[in-house]
Design a protein around this ligand. Structure first.
Ligand code: PEP
Ligand code: MN
Length: 354
């Protein structure tokens, strides 16, 4: 199914991309207004703040609700910035419309839930407002597209997708794995759909914001949504990933925005995808080695030998056959697994000889 889209006309600031900036959460009137004023002074046109916060555990700060919408309205009146917030329930949509919110976004926990998405879509029927849909927390492109189809079928034509990374149980540098190939595939499937990157929730750390913004620009993203707080260390939610408005301004000033008409764009995008896939390969290999070391520990405790010929042959045969089915030369696959196996044995020996 195709999405029926109308252009969003995302305005960019001079040399800069389209940016939505603002705190993770609206905490107090003072915090909202002073962050907004600083951002407006730095030339920002779109202000974000979470009014209802989906928290992993009960007892955290769950947002100020309607009171905070009043502060958002004040931001719009005083600075002229467009105001955006997250909606998760039909009641939220209704209140946002009452307070003149300009753009709604749907969070990653909500877009993973088709019941919630349908309720939101029904509440948006007959309303003309841009809606940005974050990817679901799990790496499921169909679920993401399905969420946007529901909103689109309710008549919302000004849509955008926000890439905020995907959660994983493994230890990693990112709070949420970027898995860039997923938004790139979305772009291939629905070329007219604007893609916005959320480096704050992908990175989870201040020092990752700049490189992630640049990566998004290199991949041809249409804009960014970045968390910025007047006093990041004191933020009531996501403190580690928020940057002060002047730091955000500095990050944006260093961004190299690619010329999308450049003839090398195609190859650059493909090379970026290769880099990303190689990175995934490295992470998978490291994960495999970790498991091997655990096996090494087990073998040590149970007095078993490291090299077990049947197991090795089983792996080579199984992967060789799989390789042929996947259109790869069986000899090549054998070579790859020989190398992987050699390193796995070396890692196990290290554990056993410790
Ligand atoms: C947010 O933008 O503050 C937020 C809660 O994001 P996500 O839905 O991506 O976790
Ligand atoms: Mn946040």
């Amino acid at each position: 199914m195709e999405l029926d889209l109308r252009p969003l006309n995302l305005p960019s600031d001079n040399e800069r991309p389209f940016v939505i900036a603002g705190p993770c959460s609206a905490e107090t009137e003072e915090q909202v207004m002073s962050t907004a004023r600083e951002l407006a002074r730095k030339g920002c046109h779109n202000f974000r703040a979470g009014v209802w916060k989906p928290r992993t555990k009960p007892g955290g700060f769950e947002g100020k609700g309607e009171e905070a919408l009043g502060w958002m309205k004040q931001v719009k009146e005083e600075t002229g910035m467009r105001i955006t917030t997250e909606v998760a329930k039909p009641e939220h949509v209704e209140l946002c419309l009452k307070y003149g919110i300009d753009i709604l976004w749907i969070g990653a926990r909500t877009s993973a839930n088709p019941f919630a998405m349908q309720d939101l879509a029904d509440s948006l029927r007959g309303v003309d407002i841009p809606v940005f849909v974050k990817n679901p927390v799990n790496p499921d492109l169909e679920l993401w597209i399905g969420a946007m189809e529901r909103i689109n079928q309710a008549g919302i034509k000004r849509l955008a997708a926000i890439h905020r990374g995907f959660s994983s149980y493994d230890q990693k540098i990112y709070r949420n794995l970027p898995m860039w190939q997923i938004p790139m595939e979305l772009h291939r499937r629905i070329p007219g759909l604007p893609l916005i990157c959320d480096p704050s929730h992908i990175g989870g750390r201040r020092d990752l914001i700049a490189p992630l913004c640049q990566q998004a620009m290199d991949l041809g993203f249409d804009g960014l949504i970045i968390e910025s707080h007047c006093n990041p260390d004191a933020a009531w939610s996501d403190a580690k990933q928020q940057v002060a408005p002047d730091v955000l301004d500095y990050i944006l000033s260093l961004l190299v925005v690619r010329d999308e008409h450049s003839t090398t764009e195609g190859i650059t995008l493909l090379r970026k995808q290769i880099d990303e896939l190689d990175n995934d390969l490295m992470e998978l290999l490291a994960k495999r080695m970790r498991v091997c070391r655990e096996i090494g520990q087990y073998k040590k405790e149970h007095n078993m030998t490291v090299f077990q010929a049947n197991r090795y042959n089983e792996i080579l045969e199984k992967r060789g056959a799989q390789g042929s089915l996947m259109g790869m030369d069986a000899k090549f696959i054998a070579k790859v697994f020989e190398g992987v196996h050699e390193e796995s044995v070396r890692q196990q020996m290290e554990i056993i000889n410790k």
